[in-house]
Design a protein around this ligand. Structure first.
Ligand SMILES: [Zn+2]
Ligand SMILES: [Zn+2]
Ligand SMILES: [Zn+2]
Length: 237
């Protein structure tokens, strides 16, 4: 009956009584031992290559499937890697590639460097979670499908500031967006917010001209000279 608990049997690998995950030629194997066997890697005693070790079955395995003449265990259905499947028979790298394709549909388009950076991430498990769940990945998807423009300005006005700034950093780091002098653009925003408080539109116009042409230009020149010293923006405020 469907609601009765699955019967427990002795696992041939660890000797504990638990519901079996799989029945292999040597007998019933519990879930932790099943996953352990699929992930067991080391140097095969015979061929000296780094492989999944399967023989003798269990934690003392010393030989790969080829050297032991056994059939071998489950592999990734996509790349054939001897790894414990992460999702739907795919290893973590193939699952990450599949998930990233959902995020960036045109992998030859402007976001191609982002696609390559994600799938070659040295930490595929965290990369997978980032792609699947993070707010910044959702923004990346919006850029990919054209809902959000690929520009600093579009990211500036995005309601989720932290996530949008993270996306900006990723885009800049991968050469998709040009680096922008953020302190100068902060200064521009600051000047504009101050000018909005000046009531007369004539005064506003004059001040804006002064601000844009003198303060900002002076800052840009200083920035170029001092290779963006940390104080140049601070002084003009
Ligand atoms: Zn076991
Ligand atoms: Zn071998
Ligand atoms: Zn794979």
């Amino acid at each position: 009956m469907s609601c009765s608990p699955r019967p427990k049997v002795l696992c041939v690998h660890c000797g504990k009584l638990s519901p079996p995950a799989v029945h292999w030629p040597e007998g019933a194997v519990c879930k932790p031992c099943y996953r352990g066997a699929l992930s067991r890697r080391g140097i095969c005693e015979t061929c000296r290559s780094e492989r999944r070790l399967v023989d003798p079955p269990g934690p003392n395995a010393r030989l790969c499937a080829d050297c032991s003449g056994t059939q071998g265990l489950l592999r990734c259905r996509e790349c054939n890697a001897e790894e414990c499947p992460y999702k739907d028979g795919l290893c973590i790298r193939c699952a990450l590639r599949e998930q990233t394709r959902l995020l960036i549909d045109n992998i030859d388009g402007p976001l191609a460097p982002i696609y390559r950076a994600i799938i070659s991430n040295p930490q595929p498990y965290s990369a997978y979670n980032w792609v699947r769940q993070s707010a910044s990945a959702k923004i990346m998807a919006e850029i990919s499908n054209g809902t959000l423009a690929l520009s600093h300005e579009a990211l500036d006005s995005y309601p989720k500031r932290v996530a949008a700034n993270l996306v900006r950093q990723i885009l800049v780091a991968n050469g998709v967006l040009m680096r922008r002098d953020d302190r100068l653009s902060e200064l521009e925003t600051w000047i504009n917010s101050k000018l909005d408080k000046v009531s007369s539109s004539k005064d506003q116009h004059l001040l804006r001209s002064y601000a844009i042409w003198w303060v900002l230009r002076r800052n840009r020149e200083r920035g170029a000279l001092s290779n963006r010293s940390t104080t140049s923006t601070g002084h003009s405020k």
